[in-house]
Ligand binder design. Structure first.
Ligand code: CP
Ligand code: NVA
Length: 331
C-alpha cells in the first residue's frame, strides 16, 4: 500500500490488518510516527476527518502541517497570475518537506494528479466519489459491535454518494450483504451496480438495490444513512429533500430492522431530515463510536504508509502477528 485513495484498491486481508494494527496502536501509543510530518489540504470543511486524524498522528508522535488549499490546489490550473503555481510544482515542493499528504478535495481526479505529481503517499480525506477513511472506521465499529465472523445485512438508506460507495465496497469485500435503498433518480449507475455485483461474487456477499426503504431495512443488522445534500450540492437542497423525504430513518423505519440492529451515520447529521432524534439518540446508535474510530483507523493507515519497518514488510504476516511482536522482532 503506497497511497490510499479508495477502498477498492485494498484487499480484505489488508483491510483487516489495518483495523487490527489500528487497535494495537491505539492501545500501545507506540510513537512510530516520530519525526513524520503530514500535510493536510482541505478544500471543504471537516470536523471528524481533520481533527480525528490530527489527534491520531500527534498521539503517535508525528506532526501535522496545515497547507492552505488555495496554495496547493488552485483549481489545478497552471495559468500564470491566476493561480500561484501548477499542481505539479506545488506537489514537488511539498514532497521535499512532508512525508504524506492528507487531502479533502472536490474532484477525485485532483487526488489522482497529486499521486502522479508528488513523490509521497496521498491519503483521501473525502472526495466526490469516495470516503475510504470513513469506511474503515465504519467497518471497525461494525466488527466491535457484531464480531468478525458473522455475515451481516448492512442496509444503506439514502443518497448514492461517496460515503455509500466506500461503505458498499468495504461491506462487500468483507463478505457481507449490502442492501441499498434510495430514489431511482439518485441511485447507482448500471456500471456501479455491476461493479458491486462483481465484488459480491468475488468475496461471497450479496448486493441488493431497491427503491423501497422498508424493504431495504427489513431484517438489517446495521442501518446506515448520510446527509441527503452533500457539501457542494447546497443549491440542490429543495429538489433533493423532496425526493429523499420518504427515506428518512425514523423510528418506524428503524423498527423494521432486527431489534439488535445498530444505527450508523458518518456525520454531520441533519436531524429531522435524513434521521430523527429518536433514532440518532437511540440506545443502538453507534454514531459517536464511529466518530471515535475515525481517529483510531487513522493510526493504522498512516503507520502502514510511513513506518519503514511496516512498509518494508508490506504487511506480510501481519494477519497472524501483532504489530508489537513484529516491531520488537525488528522485522
Ligand atoms: N464524517 C466526516 O467525514 O465528517 P467531517 O466532514 O466532519 O470530516
Ligand atoms: N456525503 C457527505 C459526507 C460528509 C462526511 C458529503 O460529501 O458532504
Amino acid at each position: 500500500m503506497n497511497h490510499l485513495l479508495t477502498i477498492g484498491e485494498l484487499e480484505p486481508t489488508i483491510i483487516q490488518a489495518i483495523l487490527d494494527l489500528s487497535l494495537d496502536l491505539e492501545e500501545s501509543g507506540e510513537p512510530i510516527l516520530k519525526q513524520k510530518n503530514v500535510g493536510f489540504v482541505f478544500e471543504k470543511p471537516s470536523l471528524r476527518t481533520k481533527i480525528g486524524t490530527e489527534v491520531a498522528i500527534n498521539q503517535l508522535g508525528g506532526d501535522v502541517v496545515q497547507i492552505e488549499a488555495d496554495l496547493l490546489l488552485a483549481n489545478g490550473k497552471a495559468v500564470p497570475f491566476t493561480c500561484r503555481e501548477s499542481l505539479y510544482d506545488a506537489m514537488m515542493n511539498v514532497s521535499q518537506w512532508c512525508d504524506a499528504v492528507f487531502a479533502r478535495v472536490y474532484s477525485h481526479t485532483t487526488l489522482e494528479k497529486m499521486k502522479q505529481y508528488g513523490t509521497i503517499p496521498i491519503v483521501n480525506a473525502l472526495c466526490n466519489l469516495h470516503h475510504p477513511m470513513q469506511a474503515l472506521a465504519d467497518m471497525l465499529t461494525i466488527q466491535q459491535e457484531c464480531g468478525k465472523d458473522q455475515p451481516l445485512n448492512i442496509s444503506f438508506v439514502g443518497d448514492a454518494n461517496n460515503v455509500a460507495f466506500s461503505l458498499t465496497e468495504i461491506g462487500l469485500m468483507m463478505g457481507h450483504t449490502v442492501i441499498f435503498s434510495g430514489p431511482k433518480l439518485y441511485s447507482w449507475s448500471d456500471e456501479k451496480e455491476s461493479y458491486f455485483g462483481q465484488l459480491a461474487l468475488k468475496y461471497g456477499g450479496k448486493f441488493i438495490r431497491t427503491t423501497d426503504p422498508a424493504e431495504g431495512v427489513y431484517n438489517a443488522d446495521v442501518v446506515y444513512t448520510d446527509t441527503f445534500v452533500s457539501m457542494g450540492e447546497e443549491h440542490l437542497f429543495e429538489e433533493k429533500i423532496r425526493h429523499f423525504q420518504p427515506y428518512q430513518v425514523n423510528e418506524k423505519l428503524f423498527s423494521k430492522a432486527k431489534s439488535t440492529a445498530g444505527f450508523m451515520h458518518c456525520l454531520p447529521a441533519h436531524r429531522g431530515y435524513e434521521v430523527t432524534d429518536g433514532v440518532i439518540d437511540h440506545k443502538n446508535s453507534w454514531v459517536y463510536q464511529q466518530a471515535k474510530n475515525r481517529k483510531v483507523v487513522s493510526k493504522g493507515v498512516f503507520a502502514l504508509l510511513l513506518d519503514e519497518k511496516l512498509k518494508k514488510n508490506k504487511l506480510n504476516g501481519l494477519k497472524n502477528q501483532s504489530i508489537k511482536t513484529k516491531l520488537t522482532a525488528g522485522n
